[in-house]
Design a protein around this ligand. Sequence first.
Ligand code: PEP
Ligand code: MN
Length: 363
Amino acid sequence: MDIKINKLSSFIEGLKKPLIIAGPCSAETNEQIISTAKELKKNSINIFRAGIWKPRTRPNSFEGVGNIGLQWLNNVQKEVGLKVMTEVANAKHVEQVLKHDIDMIWIGARTTVNPFAVQEIADALRGVDIPVFIKNPINPDMRLWLGAIERLSNVGCESLVAVHRGFFSYGAKKYRNLPHWQLPVELKRIIPNIPIICDPSHIAGSRDLIQSVSQKAIDLNFDGLMIETHIDPDNALSDKNQQITPSFLNNLLSELVVRHKSIDDKDFALSLEELRTKIDTLDNDLINTLMNRMNIAELIGKHKKENDVTILQPLRWKYILENRTSNGIDSGLSKEFMTLLLRAIHEESINIQTGVMNNKKRK
Ligand code: PEP
Ligand code: MN
C-alpha cells in the first residue's frame, strides 16, 4: 500500500531507538503532571504522554480534565523540556491541541473504529505537520486500522506512526486486550515504511505483564513503546492497575534486551540462509501434504454425496480435534496452535465438500 511516510519530524528521527513514550493515562493535576515528567526526564525519556479527554466505556468514570490540561502540558514543555502528546477524538480537540502547540497527538482505539470520527480529525489536520500516532481499533479489524492511516495520509499527514495496543475480547483472560501479534506484523507487511510502536500498558492491563509484552514487541522489531507511567499509580484516576512509577519504568527499560535489526556478518548471514532454505522446503512439503489432504476430503465429499450423507459429522470432527491436538501436544506444539490449525483445515475441507455437494468445480 502506498502510504507516504516522512522521516517523522526531525526530533523523532534524532531520538535514540527504541522510541520510548511515557506519562500517565490521564492528566489529573498540574503537580502530578510536572512531578511525573521531571522523574521521566531523569530517566532520559523525551516524549511525555497524558490524556486530557478520556473516552470512557461507561459514563460516571473520570473523563479527563479537558482544556485546562493543555496548559499543564505546556508547563511540561516549558518547565521540564519534554515533547508532549495527547489524545484527540474529534475536530474540536484537534483545534485546541493546535492552538496550544502540543507536539504530537494520538488517535485512540475507540476512535479508530469510527471512520466518521477519523475523517473529521483528518479534515481538521489538513495541511498541518504534526506527528499522528494511530492506535489499532478495539476489534481485530485490520481494514479499520489501515483505513484510519489512509484517511490521514490522504489529507497530507506524513508523520504517521501505528500503535499496537491490543484487541478487546469477551470473557476472562490473561491480557486486558489480546495482543494478536500477527495483526501488527501484517500491518508492517502491508505498509513496510510505517513506524510501529507498542502500547504494552493497554495490552497487559496489569503491571506484572508489561515487561514481557514490551520485550516481545522489541523482539518483533517494533520501533518503540508507549508506557503509562504515574507518580502514584495506586491512586490514579484511570487505568491504575496498569500504570507504573517512573522508577519501575527505569528498571523495565534497563532489563529490556534490544537486539540488532540485522547485522553485517557473513557467517550469520550464511547460517541464516541455510536455515531459511530448510524452512522453504518444509513449507513446500506442508503445502503438498495439505493439498493431498484436501484431495482426499474431496473424494469423501463425493462419497457422501452419492450416499446422501451430511457433510458435517460431529463425532468424527470431535475425534480429529482431540486426537490430533493431543498428538501435537506430545510433539511439543501448543494446544492453541493445534486448535487454530485444525479449525482452519477443517473449515477448508467443509468448503471443498460443500462445493462437491453443489457441483462446483475446484479451482
Ligand atoms: C490511552 O492511551 O490512555 C487510551 C485511552 O488508550 P486506548 O485508546 O488504547 O484504549
Ligand atoms: Mn489508559
